[in-house]
Design a protein around this ligand. Structure first.
Ligand SMILES: C[S@@+](CC[C@H](N)C(=O)[O-])C[C@H]1O[C@@H](n2cnc3c(N)ncnc32)[C@H](O)[C@@H]1O
Length: 215
């Protein structure tokens, strides 16, 4: 039930977090595991669709967290009250695409005071666009890791601040490049091998050279 991916996301919830918002919660496993691992004391589990939210409620009941996980049928965080938003220390956005993540953050910033929130973000696509967007709205990427759980997943810790990356850092993630993250290196090596089977057109060679710079 609790996959390595979910556990890794939960472990990235910053110390001192009391209340999380589990936006796009689906089964609510992130909320449940966060409470179980003492990474949070309370969660608002939000989902835009009724069927996943019903599944979330069943799981929350089953694991005995009905008093500490509140479910909301909600587009991102928009279904929460301002006083509920105020209580939230950390917003978790996981298992959705980069553009949907951007939309949910943008809407929340339009509606509420979000500046002092922490974010744990594990988007499944469009990471360069997401990194650029975070910087544009005055958020910085404090750390980023890559994990492997049948697929590669990135997990970012994000908070208020000014930061700028180079094009390469926007594309691949500055923290991953700087730290020579083990899983990241493995992922890049696999990509290089894949491209080496694509022949030797100038574009393929250029791509391989770029990837090799990251090792
Ligand atoms: C693949 S699940 C991710 C579940 C969980 N966050 C995880 O990482 O395992 C994606 C969920 O996002 C929900 N969703 C899609 N758009 C949404 C939105 N705008 N606001 C809230 N939830 C949304 C879907 O209904 C679905 O349950």
């Amino acid at each position: 039930m609790i996959s390595a991916r979910i556990r890794a996301i939960v472990e990235r919830i910053p110390e001192g977090t009391k209340v999380i918002a589990d936006a796009a919660c689906d089964h609510a496993y992130i909320s449940i595991d966060a409470l179980r691992c003492l990474r949070a004391e309370f969660s608002y589990a939000c989902d835009i669709n009724a069927a996943p939210l019903a599944r979330a409620r069943e799981n929350i009941e089953f694991f005995g967290y009905a008093k500490r996980i509140a479910t909301r049928l909600s587009d991102g965080l928009l279904g929460l009250l301002p006083k509920e938003i105020e209580r939230i220390d950390t917003v978790v956005l996981a298992g959705i695409g980069g553009w949907l993540t951007i939309g949910i953050i943008l809407d929340a910033f339009d509606m509420f005071d979000m500046k002092d929130k922490q974010f744990v973000i594990s988007a499944q696509s469009d990471l360069p666009e997401l990194r650029r967007f975070l910087h544009k709205i005055g958020l910085k990427i404090d750390d980023e890791i890559m994990i492997f759980d049948e697929k590669y997943y990135n997990i970012m810790n994000v908070s208020k601040g000014i930061q700028e990356f180079t094009d390469l850092e926007y594309e691949f993630g500055k923290n991953l490049i700087d730290k020579k993250d083990r899983v990241f290196i493995e992922c890049i090596e696999k990509k290089i091998k894949k491209f080496e089977n694509f022949g030797d057109s100038p574009k393929v060679i250029e791509r391989i050279e770029k990837l090799k710079c990251l090792l």
